[in-house]
Write a protein that binds this ligand. Sequence first.
Ligand code: ZN
Length: 498
Amino acid sequence: MYFPRLYPDELLYSAIARCRVHLGMESHKGLLAMLFGDTRVSAVTDLPSHLQALAENTGLDAKELVANHTLFPLYAPFIPQQRRLKLQQAMLANDQPGALGLAGASMALVKWPERLRCCPLCFDEMMTIYGEPYWRRCWQIQGVDACPEHGCLLLDSSVAFRRAQRHEFHAASPRLLPSGTKVVTADEGAIRLAAGLAQILAFKGGESPDYGRWTNFYRRLASECGARRGQQVQASVIWKQLQACHSKDWLIANGLYAVGTPPWLQALFRKHRNAFSCLQHQVVWASLRPGKHAGEIIYEACHCQAERVGSSSQPIPAQPAQIRRYRTHWEKALKAHGTAKAARYNGGQAIYAWLYRHDRAWLVVANKARCKPQGNHRHVDWSSRDKALVRCLVSIDKASTEVLMLPRRSRNWFLQQLPHSASVEHHLDQLPLCRAFLDRYAESVGEYQVRRLTRALFEDARAGRHSRRWQLERRCGLDKSRITTLAESFIEQVGGLD
Ligand SMILES: [Zn+2]
């Protein structure tokens, strides 16, 4: 029976759609009857089923279809071997629905873009080489926004990734793209990520590392980047590196962001009990193993033995220049923040962790020189402590001044952000600079009311709507009897709001 030759990296869905075009068939159901011997087969883009029947009718190799023309390879390396085999079986069979569940849809490992996407430059090249375009797999991965070959942003077509008309196959065509769109170059991070995920798609290994091997692999990664303290992994150190590599907007758009260290990242570096998505793996690899081929990483994980007890205390030898650089950074941080603890709280955690692992003796001596005697406060140098703390307060103020979502930045709120806040509060009479700062910058009730109103007005402006005064007051939780004169005059200045 006729079936078109599949192109490199083409989705099976795409070839079936082309088959209908080549045969000039109007009816989608007629096509299904012909290819699968069954009209109830769904037009699934990522993890289709009934592939054995299709293979028998067309002379194709079913397993080769699964490996090279579906999104199966995006899930296979990350689920245990047994489940991988079951998933493959469900895709080959006619009567085993639930491929999505086996791939991890119930745990939200399977996420997909809203629409089928494509690269306009690839479309042009395909027209020249093959005389027709087709849907490539590497464009249809959640989180991938760039073409790994041309480095331009992908375009959304008008075809939904999962459709209401479940039996329709739409062949790729420039007519399905929005008209007049320009080719836009993607940023480097997006291109690297697209390339990494395309490598996972192309990886041909038949073996999946089990949870234990993935656990070992991530422990090794944590050691390499200095985020280990004995058996403990400091996921916050790794989170900082991730944020340096991927933009906040992108992390939010893909459900990977959290204030503080995201729980998924902490879980990835603990003992694995569940599978993680290819995107979660890939963002970490892109940050901690930049430039390493995804296939090599999966292969490494397959063979990752548990560490011998005690081996985690053997750091990888560091270069002298590297040690000098880290020492200088840490000395600067100590100077700026007064104590080792304050330096760690103020962005020095990664440097601290690295030195702790590679240059601990020096670190202990350097910190001791800065250490304040404990317990007997007569020996405390209050003046230098005051200076260090007020510097902390200024940077806390700077970092939080534009964040409209925060609770009232009261005197207490500022104090709570400091290390040893109870002790600072207790000794405020010996800390004149801190006192002056708090008197001047702690937010009054009136200022807080103005901030809440500002936030609500911003939201209105962004949504293009206009709220009445009573609506704003209700949204901001402003009681009529408690409105301060400051908030009152703010409302008057923005035009009374009615
Ligand atoms: Zn392209």
